[in-house]
Every structure is written in structure tokens, then in C-alpha cells.
Design a protein around this ligand. Structure first.
Ligand code: SAH
Length: 238
């Protein structure tokens, strides 16, 4: 996979590809990325070698608006425009690790945002489908992912409450916006044995792992998290 970062289409209004934009020090970014993995991920409870390797490679600083490049590897979420955020690196690592991605998997993400989580998944599985409700964000993420060479990510504009039925069932589903309950469609689109990693709640949420078994669904609650709300239509009849 090519990770040559230029030219990067950028809809942030700051024009990363604008000739007068300050150059990015790629060596410094690579160093910060290694430090991020060592301190924020390994230093906590992220121990999946595959997830650590993926997050050591994906250039997070190319997914944030141009004026936030210098903050891209900090231990917190960042604003990406349109009131949306890119999750804290640790939360991306934790959710990805709990998904237990395998090379042959097809996974679904709800809430593409800038596409960073989708890129991390793309480095780990065969195919990623990701659904974003804001058409402009979907288009900009699709362009960015293509420019960075992530050819196994399919960005769809749509409402994640419905999942993405045409490519279901999935080996795993990750949701990066918070609904107040687990959408039925997402449970239905899991293979038996597959996991749904999802923040559930209102202002604050619990990060949940829902596993589909032969007999039904098993739910596990992890930590408290804070995500932007999942908008769009709710479950029919809910
Ligand atoms: N995973 C993203 C961060 C997502 S922020 C990243 O790595 O950058 C949450 C995103 O979920 C926002 O872009 C928001 O527009 C989107 N979203 C909210 N409700 C949604 C819905 N019903 N369907 C699809 N996307 C939704």
C-alpha cells in the first residue's frame, strides 16, 4: 500500500495542498506516532501486535485539518469540522482491539468522519465498508482515503441506523457515534461469532461489545466514553 502523502485533498478550508501551506515535517510526525503507540497504547492495555503495528503506520496527521497537524498525536480527540471529532488514539486502539480483526474479515464502520478509524481497519482486514450521514464528510473522507492508497475501503453516504445491508453479514462492526440504544439492524448484520463495538448512551456512554452467538447476543460493558451523538432515524418501532 502506498502511503505517499502528497497531494492530499483537504476540505477543511485550510488547503493542505495549497502552495503556501507550511510543509509537514514527516520525520517528526513518524517519531510522534511511535511515541503515541508506546505511551498511549502500549503504556495502557493495548497489546494486540497487529493493532499496534497498524497504528504505527497510519498517518493520523493527514486526517486532521491543516491547522491541527501539530496536535494530531496528542492524547485526546480533535475537532474535524462540522461539529464532529476524530477519536482519541487510545479509544481507536481499544475499539479496534476489541473487534479482533482478522486478515480475511469484511467489517463495517458507522460514522466515517475523517476516515482515520477506517484507515486503521483497512490496514488490518480485507475489506472495510464505512457509512457517514453527512454527504460532504463522506465525499471528503473517500477522496482522502483514495489519495492515501486505501483501496479496500468503501465509503457510503447514508444513515448508519440501517447498517449497510448489501454487503452484510459482517465479521465485525464498529460504531463511532453514540446511539441511545443498540440499533437492531446492526445486530442483524453480524455473522455468528462476530462482534459489534459501540458506545451506548446519551451525553456520556458505555463502550459495549455485543457478540452474536448461536443462541443470541452476549453484551459486555467496557469503559465510560464520550462520542458525538448518532443522528438520523432510529429503529423502526423502537
Ligand atoms: N470514526 C471517525 C470519527 C467519527 S465522529 C474518525 O475516525 O474520524 C462520528 C461521525 O459519525 C461523524 O462524522 C457523524 O457525522 C457520523 N454520524 C452520526 N450519526 C450517524 C448516522 N446515523 N449514520 C452514519 N454516520 C453518522
Amino acid at each position: 500500500m502506498s502511503l505517499d502523502p502528497f497531494p492530499i485533498p483537504d476540505d477543511s478550508g485550510n488547503g493542505r495542498d495549497r502552495p503556501d501551506a507550511a510543509p509537514i515535517d514527516e520525520a517528526e510526525m513518524a517519531k510522534r506516532r511511535r511515541d503515541m503507540v508506546r505511551v498511549q497504547l502500549l503504556g495502557r492495555d493495548i497489546d494486540s501486535v497487529r493493532v499496534l503495528d497498524a497504528m504505527r503506520v497510519v498517518p493520523r496527521h493527514l486526517f486532521v485539518p491543516r491547522d491541527q497537524v501539530s496536535e494530531a498525536y496528542e492524547d485526546r480527540p480533535l475537532a474535524i469540522g462540522m461539529g464532529q471529532t476524530i477519536s482519541q488514539p487510545y479509544i481507536v486502539g481499544l475499539m479496534t482491539q476489541r473487534l479482533r480483526p482478522e486478515l480475511t474479515d469484511t467489517v463495517l464502520e458507522i460514522g466515517t468522519g475523517c476516515g482515520y478509524q477506517a484507515a486503521v481497519l483497512a490496514a488490518l482486514v480485507r475489506e472495510v465498508h464505512t457509512v457517514e450521514i453527512h454527504k460532504r464528510l463522506a465525499e471528503s473522507a473517500a477522496r482522502r482515503l483514495k489519495a492515501l492508497g486505501y483501496n479496500n475501503v468503501h465509503v457510503h453516504a447514508g444513515d448508519g441506523w440501517k447498517g449497510w445491508p448489501s454487503d452484510a453479514p459482517y465479521d465485525g462492526i464498529i460504531v463511532t457515534a453514540a446511539p441511545d440504544h443498540v440499533p437492531e439492524a446492526l445486530k442483524e448484520q453480524l455473522k455468528v461469532g462476530a462482534r459489534l463495538v459501540i458506545p451506548v448512551g446519551n451525553q456520556y456512554q458505555k463502550l459495549m461489545v455485543v457478540t452474536r452467538t448461536e443462541k443470541g447476543f452476549v453484551e459486555e460493558s467496557l469503559i465510560d466514553v464520550r462520542f458525538v451523538p448518532m443522528t438520523g432515524g432510529e429503529d423502526e418501532g423502537a
